[in-house]
Design a protein around this ligand. Structure first.
Ligand code: BGC
Length: 723
């Protein structure tokens, strides 16, 4: 139901004014922000007039309290009806305090910290004038060639859904009207953008509706269930129709079935791109398809402003469609309190105090610690002793390029570098000698020799390697996801010295670890850990903190296996020990079927032992759930955190069921020798899935249940679901 204020305003608006509300332009289009004359070109190119700009409903990518206040003042001066501008921006993993990339946060399995990171991001953005963030991105991902896997929390629908909720809670709080330090969230990219064929950016997506519902939709739905105010369309096709003009997806599913009443925005230029996709002849048809699908805001292309007024006048578009879009936008403005306080949270003083504050950076450090995943630690090489002589070598030894792609407001110069942090953490700074070794993508003999000299004088070598932030994120698909050859060459040369070698990786995707995994005695995946990344990694390397991250996306053996993910099907000819020599089996001749490192995997400096898996009963009914318990004991000598994971397999379904599905997990912190009894309830709703007719229900029959430290090494039990 539209509010009175919104309805009243609507009655006063001309058709042109209404349509202008649906336009979103980037900051440089606005006089207060653009450099002299610079924008003339793009404005002409897009056919955008000053009237469009001054009548536009929202702006993207602007921030800075004074900037936004000036922009809003000017905008209101020019607005006949005094309608404030909505300020949106991509605040994805932090504003100026940059948190680890979402894929890293995914590996923390820590919803409280994820929420805290979004709350801080919201606070910094809100005092800097932002009203809406284009986040969370909750696209399920299975293909690490795609550069945007860094923006997702991983490959599992259940885990992604929990994170979607946590991020929305953190961004929006309880009440946007009274909490001026929160921002509205916009979940994206609806839908199934993560399935781009071949991992190639902006590529085709095609999947069955059943698969869409089972894997891809749950996280978007979870965000909406948490009250997420906005949705962004994806660039891709769904069943042959680009999302931004896809009525079935947007009207029938999002609006009708799910009851979403918030604002739906296109992704950047996605309405006009329907022409290139080949479903619209020109801008007019693109506008028609998008408005009919229910897309309220057109981001950065002018199809709506150029064509909707005339389409309405010709009777080809019902004005009611425009009205409903305008009402939704006005209501969001009202909900954010912009009619009473058009500057909302924008406050230069608070901005100076809060943004990049020590307290915020402390949370970033904690989350970076929890997001890093220890992938290997032979002979207990890590943690280091502060007295050890260390050669820290590689392009990330002294680099601030550790923020990741979505950190447009972050400062690489202010990022905590690994080298400095390690020198502070060791007994004396001179214990840590830093050498470049190579660049990200080039290597010279002089660099190698300097690195070898440092390495020879050290007790232990740490190589800090990875991808530059340009190598992942939007528009950064890679077909070969090994480290660049220069860095592999550095590993070869340094490992010839035969000294204890640990490798720390800074990157945005699961890599093919050939040339790294076997060569290293210890391997720590730090991802892009954010503003406090170097400090967090030093905490882990020196044992001030104990690694606890668990992979939320599988690491492939090689690219040839992709997509490789834990919740796959068995096939009719599964590979097993007994069948491995046979030819007509679902397998590769040259590589294993299994990923190198599975979903849920991660090590600690301590060890955990799992006791026997105990089920309270061997059957359950809808009325009587059962419980599954296991005793977990810290058998090492350090306090550590284990993530106990519960998986289920439905042995016989109406449609084929995955080999394992994550159904729950518990994080438990144990001191040496301490045990905890971990109990999960298994109830009937947990066993439901989408059938061929898209009904969501369970089937009686036999199930397997697994509890363990990751999706591969879990102990198995079984039970019956009885009607
Ligand atoms: C991206 C979105 C982003 C938008 C605005 C697009 O290119 O796909 O994720 O929110 O730009 O910056």
């Amino acid at each position: 139901m539209a509010s009175r204020l919104a309805k009243e305003l609507l009655t006063k608006m001309t058709l042109e004014e209404k349509v202008s509300q649906l336009l979103q332009l980037a900051a440089p289009f606005y006089d207060e922000i653009k450099d002299d004359g610079e924008i003339t070109g793009p404005m002409e190119e897009l056919g955008i007039t000053d009237a469009h700009v001054s009548g536009s409903g929202s702006v993207l990518g602007v921030s800075g309290a004074e900037n936004v206040i000036a922009l809003q003042n000017k905008h209101l001066e020019n607005s006949r009806l005094g309608i404030p501008l909505l300020v949106m921006a991509d605040i994805v993993h932090g504003f100026k305090t940059i948190f680890p990339i979402p894929l890293a946060i995914g590996c923390s399995w820590d919803m409280e910290l994820a929420e805290a990171s979004a709350e801080i991001a919201a606070k910094e953005a809100a005092v800097s004038g932002v009203h809406v963030t284009f986040a969370p991105m909750v696209d399920l991902v299975r293909d690490p060639r795609w550069g945007r896997v860094m923006e997702s929390t991983g490959e599992d629908p259940y885990l992604n859904s929990l994170f979607a909720r946590a991020f929305v809670r953190g961004f929006q709080g309880q009440d946007l009207a009274s909490e001026k330090h929160r921002v509205a969230a916009c979940v994206k990219h609806f839908a199934a953008y993560g399935l781009a064929e071949g991992g190639r950016e902006y590529n085709t997506v095609d999947l069955s509706e059943r698969q869409l519902r089972e894997y891809y939709l749950p996280a978007y739905k979870a965000a909406l269930d948490e009250g997420c105010e906005m949705v962004m369309t994806s660039f891709n096709t769904v069943e042959g129709i680009p999302a931004s003009g896809n009525k079935k997806l947007m009207r029938d599913l999002l609006r009708e079935e799910w009851g979403f009443e918030g604002v739906l925005i296109s992704d950047w230029a996605a309405i006009k791109e329907m022409i290139a996709h080949g479903v619209a002849e020109g801008e007019e048809e693109a506008a028609l398809k998008a408005i009919e699908a229910g897309v309220d805001i057109e981001m950065m292309t002018p199809c709506y402003v150029h064509h909707l007024p005339q389409l309405v006048q010709e009777g080809r578009v019902d004005e009611a469609l425009i009205d409903e879009a305008v009402l939704r936008i006005l209501e969001l403005k009202e909900k954010l309190g912009l009619f009473e306080e058009p500057h909302r949270g924008a406050d230069p003083e608070a901005e100076a105090q809060l943004v990049f504050s020590a307290a915020h950076r402390e949370v970033a450090r904690e989350l970076a610690v929890k997001s890093s995943v220890l992938l290997k630690n032979e002979g207990g090489l890590l943690p280091l002793d502060p007295g050890q002589k260390v050669a820290l070598i590689g392009p990330f030894a002294a680099s601030g390029d550790i923020l990741g792609w979505w950190s447009w407001q972050g400062s690489k110069e202010k990022a905590a570098q690994l080298g400095t942090a390690m020198q502070q953490a060791s007994a004396q700074a001179s214990n840590v000698v830093i050498a470049q070794g190579c660049q990200i993508e080039s290597i010279s003999e002089a660099e190698v020799q300097e690195a070898e000299a440092a390495a020879k004088a050290a007790d232990v070598i740490i190589l800090a390697l990875g991808e530059s932030s340009e190598m992942s994120g939007e528009g950064a698909s890679r077909s070969d996801i090994r480290l660049p050859e220069a860095q592999l060459e550095l590993v070869r040369r340094i490992s010839l010295l035969g000294k204890p070698l640990a490798i720390v990786l800074f990157n945005g995707r699961p890599l093919d670890l050939h040339g790294v995994y076997d060569e290293a005695d210890a391997l720590l995946e730090a991802w892009y850990p954010g503003s406090e990344g170097g400090a967090a990694v030093a905490d882990l390397l020196y044992g001030k903190a104990n690694p606890s991250g668990r992979l939320s996306m599988s690491f492939p053996h090689t690219v040839g296996q992709i997509p490789v993910y834990y919740n796959h099907f068995n096939t009719g000819r599964p590979l097993s020990e007994a069948s491995s020599e046979e030819r007509y089996i679902s397998k590769y001749l040259d590589i294993p079927n299994e990923p190198l490192l599975p979903f849920g995997y991660g090590l600690s400096y301590t060890s955990f032992a799992y006791g026997e898996l105990v089920l309270s009963s061997d059957s359950l009914t809808a009325e009587n759930p059962l419980t599954a318990s296991v005793k977990v004991t810290n058998t090492g000598s350090l306090t550590g955190e284990e993530t106990v994971q519960l998986y289920v397999r439905d042995i016989t379904g109406e449609v084929v069921r995955p080999m394992k599905e994550l159904k729950g997990f518990r994080k438990v912190r144990l001191t040496p020798g301490e045990s905890a009894e971990i109990t999960f309830e298994i109830n009937e709703p947990l066993l439901r899935y989408y059938h061929s007719d898209l009904s969501y229900k369970s089937d009686p029959g036999r199930f397997e249940l697994f509890i363990g430290p990751n999706s591969r090494d879990a102990a198995k039990g079984s039970f019956q679901l009885v009607r």
